[in-house]
Design a binder for this molecule. Structure first.
Ligand code: KG4
Ligand code: ZN
Length: 373
């Protein structure tokens, strides 16, 4: 039987420094004792994006105190912790080094096992902590660094069904905002402007729509936005709003097509597991969304409607667990411990690139900024 486990999680892969203490009982129920996140947004916003050196320095300055705070809020000491889980990739290498070295140091000093966690696995397993989801399910990760559709078969068993061949979706929002003179991060700004805009004024491209493969492409969309903006410059507020609304509509239609195909494939592959016979295993299949772009209400609405139409459950964990946090890293560590997986050796190295699916091919153009999740 799996024992009761308590773990300290550390996350430093991008621009959030985070620490958390999470428990898992023998039945797989979770209990979040603390969840501390320090965003570096203010430090990066002047540059219109994350600056790796600034991020790494900010992690060094904040992490020790954040871990202390996480232990204090959880009302535990290191002696009460069974293991340490630290993100070791993918991400910005400076930040990863800070978090993983700190994790190793604590593991060594306190004599606890260390789990080096894949950040994407943290996102992938969060819905089991928040919604008790069982395997298999589909996960759409849409953040500033990734746009991936992943089949989650089990702990450590992932298949990447689709990924972006160029920009991540959050990146497309950020670049669109930047060229329209909107603040960073661009997603919330574009969404806000789009509310007052005409989504039908510009017919922006919907890349890869209609293709059988499940990949994504957003750089052509961004280029079309730039051209439209240049043609009608100088832009009035209404122009900006119309461009934002038309951009969001193009993204929404693209996701509808791509994810719609993913749901069909899932239904075909798992027809036996999710048959309508009323057996114990015949609950509805689920699509889980994660990453900062999941905050977008229009895109959420599109995905919800798509799930309703296809007989899927749409699972969107609370936003603070969709964006980068240490609870998901702690939980991924707990899930691995619960399978009986051995801890990692203390000489484990951080990996800026680390696909969840070890068989997945690197696609052309992917990863220009793809270190970030
Ligand atoms: O997961 P996240 O917080 O951080 C990392 O990428 O690591 O995602 C941030 C991304 C940014 O690109 C931001 O513009 C986007 O999520 N984002 C949104 C919205 N809120 C944040 N994109 C579209 N609509 C939003 N409301
Ligand atoms: Zn992430």
């Amino acid at each position: 039987m799996v024992p009761f486990l308590r773990i300290l999680g550390i996350e430093t892969s991008c621009d959030e420094t985070a620490a958390a203490v999470v428990e898992r009982d023998a039945e797989g129920h979770s209990n979040v004792l603390s969840d501390v996140v320090l965003s570096q947004l203010d430090e990066h916003s002047a540059y219109g994006g994350v600056v790796p050196e600034i991020a790494a320095r900010a992690h060094v300055e904040a992490l020790d105190e954040l871990i202390e705070e996480a232990l204090k809020r959880a009302n535990v000491s290191l002696a009460d912790i069974d293991a340490i889980a630290a993100t070791s990739g993918p991400g910005l290498i400076g930040g990863l080094l800070v978090g993983l070295m700190t994790g190793k140091a604590i593991a060594r000093a306190a004599g606890k096992p260390l789990y080096a966690v894949n950040h994407l696995e943290g996102h992938a397993l969060t819905a089991r902590l928040t919604d008790g989801l069982s395997f298999p399910y589909l996960m759409l990760l849409v953040s500033g660094g990734h746009t991936q559709l992943i089949l989650v078969r089990g702990v450590g068993e992932y298949e990447r069904w689709g990924t972006t061949i160029d920009d991540a979706l959050g990146e497309a929002f950020d670049k669109t905002a930047k060229l329209l003179g909107l603040p960073y991060p661009g997603g919330p700004a574009v969404e806000r402007m789009a509310r007052d805009g005409n989504p039908d004024r510009f017919a922006f491209p919907r890349p890869l729509v209609g293709e059988a493969r499940l990949d994504f492409s957003f750089s052509g969309l961004k280029t079309a936005v730039r051209q439209a903006a240049q043609e009608i410059a100088p832009l009035s507020d209404q122009d900006v709003a119309d461009i934002c609304a038309s951009f969001q509509k193009a993204v929404s239609r693209t996701l509808k097509d791509r994810i719609g195909r993913g749901l069909q494939r899932f239904k075909t592959e798992f027809a036996a597991t999710f048959s309508a016979t009323g057996s114990a295993t015949s609950e509805k299949p689920a699509l889980v969304v994660a990453g900062g772009v999941a905050a977008n209400l229009e895109l959420r609405g599109t995905l919800q409607a798509l799930c309703d139409k296809n007989g899927f459950r749409f699972v969107a964990p609370p936003l603070h667990l969709c964006t980068d946090n240490a609870v998901m890293i702690a939980w991924a560590g707990l899930e691995r411990m619960a399978t009986g997986a051995a801890p990692d050796p203390l000489d484990v190295q951080p990996r800026s690139r680390w696909p969840l699916d070890s068989h997945a091919q690197t696609l052309i153009g992917f990863g220009k900024r793809g270190a970030k999740a």
